[in-house]
Design a protein around this ligand. Structure first.
Ligand SMILES: [Zn+2]
Length: 84
């Protein structure tokens, strides 16, 4: 007489459920910073340092442009020793 294997018996096969338990509370959606694309837990959805960087970007570009203009003006000026 052949003894039935435990896998042939459906009652034992289905004892262990492969389903993962559902969380009781909805998972928090992790927002990503629009500047550096890293996860942020700030209420505003952006890192404070990234907000500063983004706010300062137009000012920084204006300063760089101003510096370039001054450098170009300096190069266009004739040398004070040779012109005198
Ligand atoms: Zn950021």
């Amino acid at each position: 007489m052949k003894r039935p294997s435990q896998f042939e018996r459906p009652s034992l096969v289905h004892i262990m459920s492969e389903k993962k338990p559902l969380s009781l509370f909805p998972q928090r959606v992790i927002t990503k910073c629009p500047v550096c694309r890293e996860p942020t837990y700030s209420a505003s959805g952006i890192h404070p340092q990234c907000a500063v960087k983004r706010a300062d970007e137009p000012r920084r570009l204006a300063l760089v442009a101003d510096k370039k203009m001054k450098k170009a003006d300096k190069q266009a000026e004739p040398c004070p020793k040779s012109s005198a």
